[in-house]
Design a protein around this ligand. Structure first.
Ligand code: ADP
Ligand code: MG
Length: 487
């Protein structure tokens, strides 16, 4: 009887493994950046052509490899990072499985240029679909350049799974932004289709890096969070309620500098905001947990994007309580001002807020939407009811739902209302935005657009993700009469 079971050859094994590790161009970028980080690079340059399908090239100034190591690194389970089971339980590096390069090489054409620090001559290797074509000496700078071309050329089924260039590019951008936020001390450069996208110098601290990556609008409104325990330390920043967003795309969570996706932990941070942000908004945060290795298993996911905590409840508790504390100190502490007469009842606005709020004011006057949980539905009524911009604070019932009575205004920001036994606070700015939004929407539907050009254009800064969203929605803005130019 002949056996039906066969041992697969090495090349096929690598291609199968590649299915797990090398899902898409972004996963390659992630593996290669992690290798550069593990090689102690000070600077990492990422170049992608056609969103990585045509070319991915990562250049670092890290420790480099000797010729022997450069040949060995292509073998499956070849790693310089762990040697024993003890090491596996104590992982300090980003990589540890020794399978990324073997997998990537098996589904692409890969060129490696590498030179060890302090050595005279470097090495060039070329691997075609997993087969080492040549190795030669080469005079090159210290560090490593890994170039991947024709990704998935020999696995057409995988190639078919790739999404549009834009989606693949977004994923790559996400990987680089995560790495840049996890390692502010490393300089990162991104070049897309030969055009520089960003050049992040080595940052003094995380906040400086947040500013460079997420923009000043975000970094100006971040508050720092801290928790220090024996085996775990939490550091980072959470956004003030005013910059909470509709999406969760500005939530960065790291465990020992490893980017982790976790709905549970995202929820833990949101808990801390309680009623400071409406239910459907999501806080911005960049948080790193430093845990001693025995408290976390990083070896549970093929692309290492999930981890298993020994005690997730404890992490959850710390996240919520440290964030809450930071918010209490920075947001909830009452602001007293003795030199200001208490005139907020009498103060009347001469014109409608619509005319009064210019762009800078809008930026400056970001206030939290304060409301208790039971009153959510009332707030929803107050925004959704159409009314003229508030011209003055009065006891008139006209501009809101009949049952809501306006009793005053606070700090030029909140409209104080009474509804039965309940106190309702309306964020004037948020309500105003909503009214404008509804106006634009109904204009768009009715096709009766009233467009007035601004005397002086407004310039503003955007982070890379928002820039991309803007670019892909330019037509929408144009259609509602907002013309935007890159500057
Ligand atoms: P792992 O990172 O899990 O060890 P990889 O397949 O990603 O596995 O890399 C294999 C080995 O190649 C690494 O352990 C490291 O010694 C070496 N290596 C990979 N990339 C670099 C680099 N950019 N600089 C220096 N050495 C590298
Ligand atoms: Mg690796």
């Amino acid at each position: 009887m002949t056996s039906k079971i066969k041992l697969l050859d090495e090349k096929l094994i690598n291609q199968i493994a590649a299915g797990e590790v090398v899902e898409r161009p972004a996963s390659i970028v992630k593996e290669l950046i992690e290798n550069s980080i593990d090689a102690n690079a000070n600077q990492i340059v990422v170049e992608v052509d056609r969103s990585g399908e045509e070319k991915i090239r990562i250049t670092d100034d890290g420790v480099g490899m000797s010729k022997e190591d450069a040949i060995l690194c292509l073998e499956r389970h070849a790693t310089s990072k762990i040697a024993t089971l003890e090491d596996l339980k104590n992982i300090k590096s980003m990589g540890f499985r020794g399978e990324a390069l073997a997998s990537i090489a098996s589904v692409s054409k890969m060129k490696i240029n590498t030179k060890r620090r302090g050595e005279n001559v470097g090495t060039e290797l070329f691997i075609d679909g997993g087969k080492l074509e040549y190795v030669k000496d080469k005079g090159i700078p210290e560090g490593t350049v890994l170039e991947i071309r024709e990704l998935f050329f020999n696995t057409p089924a995988r190639k078919k799974f790739l999404k549009s260039d834009n989606v693949e590019y977004q994923n790559i951008l996400d990987v680089i932004i995560n790495a840049a936020l996890a390692y502010p001390e490393i300089a990162f450069k991104l070049i897309k289709d030969q055009r520089p996208i960003f050049d992040l110098p080595k940052a003094r601290d995380l906040l400086m890096r947040i500013r460079a990556v997420l923009g000043k609008n975000i970094s100006d409104d971040m508050i720092d969070v801290f928790y220090g325990g024996v085996n775990m330390k939490m550091t980072g920043f959470i956004g003030k309620p005013s910059i909470a967003r509709a999406s969760k795309n500005l939530q960065y969570f790291f465990v020992n500098n490893r980017p982790i996706k976790s709905h549970v932990l995202s929820y833990a941070v949101k808990q801390a905001y309680h009623s400071l942000i409406p239910k459907e908004r999501n806080p911005v945060f960049v948080i790193n947990f430093d845990l001693s290795p025995e408290l976390v298993d990083v070896n549970v996911h093929p692309r290492k994007s999930e981890v298993k905590f020994k005690d997730e409840r404890e992490i959850f508790r710390i996240l919520t309580s440290a964030s809450k504390k930071a918010l209490e100190i920075n947001i909830l502490a009452p602001k007293f001002s003795y030199d200001q007469p208490s005139n907020f009842y009498q103060e009347k606005r001469p014109e409608g807020i619509a005319e009064q709020l210019n762009f800078n004011e809008v930026k400056e006057r970001k206030h939290a939407l304060v409301q208790s949980d039971q009153k959510n539905d009332q707030m929803a009524v107050a925004s959704e009811t159409k009314y003229n911009p508030v011209t003055e604070v009065s006891n008139e019932k006209s501009f809101l739902d009949e049952e809501i009575e306006v009793i005053g205004q606070f700090d030029d920001s909140f409209i104080i209302c009474k509804k039965g036994e309940n106190l309702v606070l309306i964020d004037q700015h948020a309500a105003h935005e909503r009214v404008r939004f509804e106006m634009l929407k109904s204009e768009d539907e009715s096709k009766e657009k009233v467009i007035q050009n601004l005397l002086t254009p407004i310039s503003f800064e955007l982070n890379h993700q928002d820039m991309d969203i803007l670019n892909s929605n330019k037509a929408v803005f144009e259609s509602i009469g907002v013309s935007i130019e890159h500057f």
